[in-house]
Design a protein around this ligand. Structure first.
Ligand SMILES: *[C@@H]1O[C@H](CO)[C@@H](O)[C@H](O)[C@H]1NC(C)=O
Ligand SMILES: *[C@@H]1O[C@H](CO)[C@@H](O)[C@H](O)[C@H]1NC(C)=O
Ligand SMILES: *[C@@H]1O[C@H](CO)[C@@H](O)[C@H](O)[C@H]1NC(C)=O
Ligand SMILES: *[C@@H]1O[C@H](CO)[C@@H](O)[C@H](O)[C@H]1NC(C)=O
Length: 350
């Protein structure tokens, strides 16, 4: 049997179970769920993947402003460290968090196979793109994100100079100007580099390494460096940090996108509070606040299918094949070196 068939079979039991006893979509309003949540006592512990401590503040501030009578404590750290802490705690029969909102999408399939996730379909679940979610409601997509678009200060780079492709970045005029996140330190950046090398071959990396790239940990760090050092002017593994900065997708080269994903651990002592947060995350209000594209079919003026050169589903498949991910990571580590520097979450990085 091929791996593909084996993998398809591995998902069969949950598919069958879903067909036999489908989890109903919660028909309550957010206020009804809020009323139920207020009968619970305790602090909901949520972990959120990211590489700056304040990265999820807006989300949790919006939630707490809307639902002030339930308590939430959230922690932001790299998804690859949060999942380790969750799994270590499981080994001691402990629950590290009630909910996890992470980038490491393979974790959700592993947790679902172990039977540790609560199956819950919040209101509007049927409006979420099916390819991004779990049919049983074991996990849901929360918001879309990408790495690959070129990020720069639009007043500092003439329009004619803006790269149109990852080939353009090899031009000698960019030597000493590029700042990038180590692909061997972040699987999303690793997948971006995989897509680029699929198109340009490994010689692209060899040429990039001659461009005197500044390699950093964390995907907010390139933007911080560019703000502080006007000699470093371009990145494609970060987000615009301020007014006047912009992000421009390559014209036709493929780049990576994913949807940050959320699940509830079924041993939570606060199931209604967790359901309230899950319901809030795919509510129209929150989806509009995150900007486009939405994880929902019926929210926004564009959809996750509109961009021709990226897609939101293949990163999940990439992440599931851990052997291939590890193998690829070490090829990059061999060529670039081990990721240097403190965790990007350390406050005094500069
Ligand atoms: C929130 O969680 C962190 C990390 O687990 C912990 O150190 C902190 O004491 C918690 N705060 C509250 C108010 O529960
Ligand atoms: C962007 O570039 C312009 C022109 O070089 C400069 O005046 C401005 O300070 C830069 N903005 C930021 C936020 O670095
Ligand atoms: C800014 O970047 C340039 C080019 O890499 C480097 O030579 C210089 O030392 C950097 N300046 C600071 C203050 O880090
Ligand atoms: C769709 O476009 C309208 C009008 O430009 C805007 O107000 C709205 O916020 C957009 N929707 C989203 C989800 O961004």
């Amino acid at each position: 049997m091929t791996m593909r068939v084996l993998k398809a079979l591995a998902f069969m039991p949950s598919v069958l179970a879903a067909a036999l006893s489908p989890v109903p979509i919660d028909s309550r309003s957010l206020s009804d769920i809020y009323a139920a949540a207020q009968k619970e006592n305790g602090v909901l512990r949520v972990v959120h993947g990211g590489d700056e401590r304040d990265q999820a503040d807006a989300l949790f501030e919006a939630f707490s402003a809307k639902f002030p009578n339930v308590k939430v404590n959230h922690t932001v750290d790299l998804s690859k460290y949060l999942d380790g802490r969750i799994n270590q705690a499981f080994l001691q029969n402990e629950l590290y968090a009630d909910m996890a909102i992470l980038q490491t999408l393979h974790d959700y399939d592993a947790w679902e196979e172990k039977g540790v996730l609560l199956h819950y379909k919040p209101p509007s679940f049927d409006n979420v793109w099916p390819s991004l979610t779990n049919a049983n409601g074991a996990y849901i997509p929360v918001f879309a994100a990408s790495f690959g678009p070129f990020v720069f200060n639009s007043s500092a780079i003439p329009t004619a100079d803006i790269p149109k492709s990852y080939g353009d970045i090899l031009d000698p005029k960019w030597k000493g100007k590029i700042v990038l996140t180590y692909p061997n330190d972040d699987d999303a950046v690793l997948y971006l580099f995989k897509l680029i090398i699929q198109q340009y071959g490994w010689q692209w990396l060899d040429q990039l390494l001659e461009q005197d790239v500044q390699w950093v940990r964390g995907t907010a760090t390139p933007a911080e460096i560019m703000l502080r050092n006007s000699s470093r002017t371009i990145s494609f593994t970060t987000y615009p940090p301020a007014e006047g900065w912009t992000s421009v997708s390559p014209v036709s080269d493929r780049y990576m996108s994913w949807t940050q994903t959320s699940a509830i651990f079924k041993d939570t002592k606060l199931p209604e509070t967790a359901k309230l947060l899950q319901a809030f995350l795919i509510s129209e209000e929150f989806q509009v606040s995150r900007g486009e594209p939405s994880v929902r079919k019926d929210v926004g003026n564009s959809t996750i299918w509109d961009a021709d050169n990226t897609d939101y589903v293949t990163f999940h498949q990439f992440m599931e094949d851990r052997d291939a991910v590890e193998q690829l990571r070490f090829v990059f580590e061999d060529k670039i070196g081990t990721a240097q520097g403190l965790s990007p979450l350390v406050d005094d990085l500069f």
